[in-house]
Design a protein around this ligand. Structure first.
Ligand code: SIN
Length: 280
């Protein structure tokens, strides 16, 4: 049995079949997974119940050698700080089991740092029968579909990405210190595929540096309206035992956990695969 790849939706994503992640993966399967990640931006591998934290870390390293712990230490997995537990469960004594909402807003992971996350991997431990989908937007296809005069207008622009822009609960509660904002090109070139993608997002991007505030706000609103058209979007409906990995240089995503019925429980493990340098 070896890995096969088929599209997950018309707009982005792929399903990888023919792998059992509880067994060691062949080099060929590791290469297939990585190529599918580059080609399709989001990959899903279903039916992988019972993975251990070590197996999830090993799998994450297919997408890059370095993993980084979340700054918010309270919900690190008990076995390793390289996995953060996302969960809306509340344990005995009222202690939350995990971070209840990792971002019900459109964002690209860690874009607020000078070196943003290359990739993100999620592994689903428990999934409710309804709700808790993750939404994706293909920023590579959105860039390709821009009219030429807009591509010319965006060329050379840079933007500030600030963690505090998203008004996250954990900031409001003073549970994490905000990192210094990062500055990146508005259009980035993928380090491996050479494809261009829009690289601003509603959660973290506060300002296009070369424009005055009103122009910056208007241009960002226009770009976000363009990106969030149905033709660039995909909704992922989770099943227990799913593994999902995505390329933060090519897409943005949004959780929907803020809207989840508290009586319905969702628990996932997440790893962040570090970027290897500033955004180009
Ligand atoms: C994330 O934004 O990293 C998590 C997405 C989710 O919980 O659906």
């Amino acid at each position: 049995m070896s890995a096969t790849v088929s599209p997950l939706s018309e707009n982005l994503g792929a399903i990888v079949n023919g792998v059992d992640l509880r067994e060691p993966l062949s080099d060929a399967d590791r290469r297939t997974l990585y190529q599918a990640f580059l080609d399709h931006h989001v990959i899903a591998i279903r039916g992988q119940d019972g993975l251990t934290p070590d197996q999830v870390l090993d799998l994450s390293r297919i997408f890059g050698p370095e993993l980084e712990p979340h700054t918010f230490t309270e919900f690190h997995h008990p076995d390793t700080p390289l996995i953060i537990v996302l969960s809306n469960r509340v344990e005995m004594g009222g202690k939350p089991k995990g971070l209840a909402d990792a971002g019900t807003f459109w964002h690209s992971d860690v874009s607020y740092k000078e070196i943003p996350a290359k990739a993100t991997l999620l592994y689903s431990v428990e999934i409710p029968d309804q709700g808790g989908d993750t939404l994706f937007c293909n920023l590579t296809a959105a860039y390709d579909a821009l009219p030429d005069d807009m591509k010319t207008r965006l060329d050379g622009l840079t933007a500030v990405h600030d963690y505090t822009h998203s008004k996250r609960d954990i900031l409001v509660e003073g549970k994490v210190a905000a990192p210094d904002p990062g500055t990146h090109p508005v259009v980035r070139m993928h380090a491996e595929t050479g494809r261009k993608a829009i690289y601003i997002n509603p959660a973290y991007t506060t300002r296009i540096n070369e424009l005055n505030e009103a122009e910056s706000d208007a241009l960002m609103a226009e770009i976000f309206d363009h990106c969030l058209q149905d033709q660039f979007r995909m909704t992922y409906q989770w099943q227990p035992g799913d593994v999902l990995a995505w390329d933060n240089a090519a897409i943005m995503h949004s959780a929907t956990t803020k809207n989840l019925d508290p009586a319905k429980h969702r628990t996932l493990w997440r790893t962040i695969i570090s970027g290897d340098g500033p955004v180009r």
